[in-house]
Design a binder for this molecule. Structure first.
Ligand SMILES: [Zn+2]
Ligand SMILES: [Zn+2]
Length: 194
């Protein structure tokens, strides 16, 4: 038996609000099959799935900040999880695992980091303060400036094995220059030998 027009209007209104068949049947006093039939007849798609109740409503950039605790000197401590292998601060957001420093860098600068992200303050071991983080180009720029100040800058245009300085020059935290390409090759060779 068809429903009266007033009830149909009421159903349409509820569907338009995103109500499930179950909610519609409870509110309008029709059974769920009737609700389902009218949903199809009235041209409404399935009700939107509600997020699981424990699903965070925060964005990934907002969530990373909730896992930090201010420390002395403007640094921030990580209160979340760390990887077992090397202690890298990580966290999970909507079933995906993120590296805390990379997300914090993006939250702070508004852009994705290039290469890995490190704290370039005086607490590089544990600090995750967004303002203290640098990606590869930022780190190289900051350390190159330090190399100039400390007299460690080099005027060579290539390393002893011919890698161009402009592209491959990297610096230790104290400003000591080294060749990033040679370093990477050495790392690969050690890994292959192991
Ligand atoms: Zn810091
Ligand atoms: Zn080299």
């Amino acid at each position: 038996m068809p429903l009266d027009p007033k009830t149909v209007d009421h159903l349409a209104e509820l569907f338009a609000q995103g109500a499930t068949n179950r909610a519609v049947s409870q509110t309008a006093g029709v059974d769920r099959n009737t609700a389902a039939r009218y949903r199809a007849q009235l041209g409404f798609g399935p009700a939107p799935k509600r997020p699981a109740p424990n699903r965070s409503t925060l964005t990934v950039e907002q969530k990373v900040l909730t896992l930090m605790r201010p420390a002395e000197g403007g640094h921030m401590e990580w209160t979340g999880r760390r990887t077992k292998s090397n202690g890298t601060p990580v966290f999970t957001h909507h079933e995906r695992t993120y590296t805390a420093r990379s997300v914090a860098f993006r939250a702070h600068t508004g852009r994705a980091p290039v290469g890995y992200v490190t704290a370039e303050c005086d607490q590089p071991e544990w600090c995750v303060a967004p303002a203290h983080l640098e990606d590869e180009p930022g780190r190289t720029r900051a350390r190159a400036a330090l190399a100039v100040i400390t007299g460690r800058a080099t005027s060579l245009v290539e390393c002893s094995r011919g890698h161009a300085t402009a592209e491959h020059r990297r610096y230790l935290p104290d400003g000591t220059p080294y060749c990033g390409a040679c370093h990477a090759e050495g790392k690969r060779a050690r890994r292959a030998a192991a």
